[in-house]
Design a protein around this ligand. Structure first.
Ligand code: ADP
Length: 156
């Protein structure tokens, strides 16, 4: 059974993330969406809130699991018998960051490889931070995030 991990902050999950996931589930038998826990980084939502939002937004997929992890993603992948990490690429600026990340991961464990899906044109401007910035300024973001996330953002 093929298994991949899709790691990220998902702070919160957006339609851009969901688009990448919808393509990854066609390639792997199982995909685990892995919420990064980093006590040094400021997040808008707690790991539990982020996991709940992802579970709600991905419930139509039978082969998607959601989890959170504090350590290195490659180590989580190894422990959980996954062979690949999924990431998305938007602008050239993403490439530099992702290339560095891929090289660091390779240094830790070269048996876990990374697969990149190119952002769809109409989703390439979507990021969690842009969504929160727009929402803070009173802009409706309901067409950029799943409905359950939109409700939570509005409450916040
Ligand atoms: P991180 O803090 O680890 O970068 P993010 O939640 O910001 O976590 O992103 C997780 C992954 O999803 C990254 O590889 C990022 O490039 C990708 N991603 C985020 N938004 C989009 C989008 N709109 N289209 C394609 N990929 C995206």
């Amino acid at each position: 059974m093929s298994k991949a991990i899709y790691p990220g902050s998902f702070d919160p999950i957006t339609n851009g993330h969901l688009d990448i996931l919808s393509r990854a589930v066609k390639v792997f038998d199982e995909v685990v969406v892995l919420v990064a826990v980093n006590p040094e980084k400021h997040f808008n939502f707690t790991p539990e809130e982020r996991v709940e939002m992802i579970k709600e937004a991905t419930k139509q997929y039978k082969n998607v699991k959601v989890d959170f992890y504090k350590g290195l993603t490659v180590e989580y992948a190894k422990k959980n018998h996954a062979t690949h990490l999924i990431r998305g690429l938007r602008a050239v600026s993403d490439f530099e960051y992702e290339f560095q990340l891929a090289s660091a991961n390779e240094h830790v464990d070269s048996s876990i490889d990374m697969i990149f899906f190119m952002a769809r044109g109409d989703k390439s401007f979507i990021s969690s931070s842009a969504i929160m910035e727009l929402a803070r300024n009173g802009i409706d973001v309901s067409d950029l995030v799943p409905p359950s996330v939109s409700k939570i953002i509005n409450k916040k």
